[in-house]
Structure formats: structure tokens, C-alpha cells
Design a protein. Structure first.
Length: 192
């Protein structure tokens, strides 16, 4: 019981810290630069902030933890638009999911609407609609440079959900503790 309480407290603290980052009013790039030791220079910062890639986030091979560089983390555009896919389900045939991300004024957070259809469930229990706010956070257990999309519901009957931003056109479902799911089944939503 103590372990469950400790995990809940740890999860709450982690979620709170990530929401503080997301609600700080800074873009993900600004927050990332500030929290990587503030070692940007006026001459180098603009060139690096314009670079974007759609590759998966990767760890830098030759950088030390004491001196991280911005090249170690490919910068992705904040997710926006509609993402769709059928997610794996433990007790049904699959979850047809449509996630619409609306970008906020600062571009790195906003609101979401999600419709989930549980295939093979009775009609009265098969559709779940939810909405709320989304935020970007940095890092998870597998990759400290990962970009994690957090869905915090304000309406609907769902718990917070987490997705790894794989590219500008794909997000992949993570566990409630923001770990990657070690299954070969589909956990990705792709942009329309």
C-alpha cells in the first residue's frame, strides 16, 4: 500500500512539474534552451532554433551531460491538426481514435478533442468523447530528450494520456507513467 501511495505522489509531482513548464508561457524551444544550462549565445541561437527535422528524437553520441548541445535534440514542430488510428486494446478489438489538437496562442500548447470508439463493445459503452488541454514536456525514462505530448482532460471520462511525438505527423501512445509500450501492436496515431 505504501508503494502505491509513493508512486501516486511521485506521479502527481512529475505531472505538476510538467504542467508548470507547459503553463510557463514559454515555447518548448525556449524552455528547452533555458533548461539545458542556458549555454546559448546570441550568434548561435537563431541558426539552431530554425533547424527542424522530422526524425525520431535521438541521443547525441559524443556529448557529455555537463555540456549538452541543441543538436542533440531534433526540434519538432508542435503537434497540431487531426491524428487518427486504431490503437491496441486489452479487452476489445481495437480503439478507433481521432485526436484533434488545436494550437494555442504561443504555439506550444492548446486544446484537444478526442473521440474513441471501442470496437466490439456494446453501443452504449463503445464511444468516449473527451476534451481538455495539451502540453509538451521533455523526456521520459527511455529517452531524456523525447518530446512528450500530455493530454489533460477537462471534460469526458478519461485519465490524462501521454503520447511520444515521433515526428511532425505521428504520435505514439505511452503508458500512464510515460514509458514506451513494449508491444508490437499499433499504438500510433498519424496526422491526416
Amino acid at each position: 500500500m505504501k508503494a502505491i501511495i509513493a508512486l501516486f505522489v511521485l506521479f502527481s509531482l512529475t505531472l505538476g512539474l510538467q504542467q508548470v513548464q507547459a503553463q510557463s508561457g514559454k515555447s518548448y524551444k525556449e524552455w528547452l534552451e533555458e533548461n539545458r544550462g542556458g549555454k546559448k549565445t546570441a550568434a548561435k541561437a537563431p541558426a539552431k532554433s530554425k533547424a527542424k527535422t522530422t526524425a525520431k528524437p535521438v541521443k547525441a553520441e559524443a556529448t557529455s551531460a555537463a555540456e549538452p548541445t541543441l543538436e542533440a535534440t531534433p526540434l519538432l514542430a508542435p503537434p497540431s491538426g487531426t491524428f487518427r488510428g486504431t490503437l491496441a486494446c486489452k479487452d476489445c478489438q481495437g480503439i478507433q481514435t481521432e485526436l484533434t489538437l488545436n494550437t494555442g496562442a504561443k504555439g506550444s500548447n492548446g486544446s484537444f478533442n478526442m473521440k474513441q470508439v471501442y470496437m466490439g463493445k456494446p453501443a452504449d459503452k463503445s464511444v468516449v468523447n473527451s476534451s481538455g488541454k495539451w502540453f509538451l514536456a521533455k523526456g521520459n525514462k527511455q529517452n531524456p530528450d523525447a518530446v512528450v505530448l500530455q493530454l489533460i482532460p477537462t471534460a469526458g471520462d478519461i485519465d490524462p494520456m501521454y503520447f511520444l511525438q515521433v515526428s511532425d505527423t505521428e504520435v505514439k501512445l505511452l503508458t500512464k507513467t510515460q514509458d514506451e509500450i513494449g508491444s508490437s501492436k499499433n499504438h500510433s496515431l498519424r496526422k491526416l
